[in-house]
Write a protein that binds this ligand. Structure first.
Ligand code: SF4
Length: 283
């Protein structure tokens, strides 16, 4: 197993960047393994993929770690850059983004919604570390209710995108996303790989939400421990497959919405309209 993992790393990542600059024990590494495992199982080579990113822990660990081409956008803007690339690149070239929860569901949410609206063929992996961890551990848009952070010392009490049924997945589905899934890799890694593969194969907008533990800020502040088994237990108790949620479930996992290849894709629409105008002078 270890040999397989190191071969996977050698094939897709710059080994001089391993171990990464993520804190020891951070869940980001497990999430990244899911993504490159999906590349491998789909037979994608590094030259077949553009792996872009943005700001924060997810950005820092992704940018320049992938052996192939990538980019780093400013905060929240990775989706706009990806849409530009989608128009410029052939459809066979896969565009995958690794971004954080602040980037996707906070400052970049409007860009994200519009990428879903136009059904741009990109796969967005949201590495949700439950708040602003790269800036020291403040609460964010997906910080679970009751969780103590530096800016919620008595526990998170503000309504957020994961509380009282206001799951961010509903927003994205309403906006037009054609594939949506959520996985907590600690609890369902193999299913996460299958979902990332489906997301990449969808010729349209796909998003896979992957909450993961931040051992340095979240775990130390809220659990008072960075012992893996305690963190694992906390996550597992709050994770359940879709349809089997319990009263304390935060993350309902599985495929939320699969309308793969059901709507015209953004770049096809743009190129089709451009071509028609060029030929006929009208739409
Ligand atoms: S601050 Fe938290 S999320 Fe960021 S790299 Fe460290 S453990 Fe991971």
């Amino acid at each position: 197993m270890e040999l397989y993992a190191s071969k996977l790393i050698e094939e897709y990542l710059r080994t001089r960047k391993i171990p990464s600059t993520a804190c020891s024990g951070c869940g980001l590494g497990m999430n990244h393994k899911v993504v490159i495992q999906a590349f491998k199982e789909l037979g994608l080579k590094t030259a077949d993929v553009i792996w872009g990113t943005s700001i924060g822990c997810a950005g820092r660990q992704t940018f320049a770690t992938f052996k192939g081409d990538g980019f780093a956008g400013t905060h929240g803007r990775a989706y706009a850059i990806a849409r530009g690339l989608r128009i410029a690149l052939p459809p066979e070239k896969k565009i995958v983004l690794s971004v954080g929860d602040g980037d996707a569901f906070g400052i970049g949410l409007m860009h994200l919604i519009h990428a879903a609206r136009v059904n741009a063929d990109i796969t967005v992996i949201v590495h949700d570390n439950l708040g602003y961890q790269s800036t020291g551990g403040q609460f964010g848009f997906t910080t679970p209710m009751g969780v103590k952070t530096d800016s919620s010392p008595y526990g998170m009490f503000e309504h957020n995108l994961m509380s009282e049924g206001m799951d961010v997945m509903h927003i994205l589905k309403g906006a037009g996303a054609t594939f949506l899934a959520r996985h907590v890799v600690l609890a369902d890694g193999p299913r996460a790989v299958e979902s990332v593969k489906k997301a990449i194969l969808n010729r349209g907008f796909s998003l896979v939400h992957m909450p993961h533990p931040c051992v340095t800020n979240f775990a130390m502040k809220h659990l008072g421990s960075r012992v893996p088994v305690e963190i694992f237990r906390w996550f597992k108790e709050r994770t359940a497959p879709l349809g089997q949620e319990k009263p304390n479930t935060i993350w309902a996992t599985g495929i939320w919405h699969d309308a793969s290849n059901s709507r015209a894709e953004f770049s096809e629409v743009v190129w089709g309209a451009t071509e028609k105008i060029r030929r006929t002078g009208t739409l």
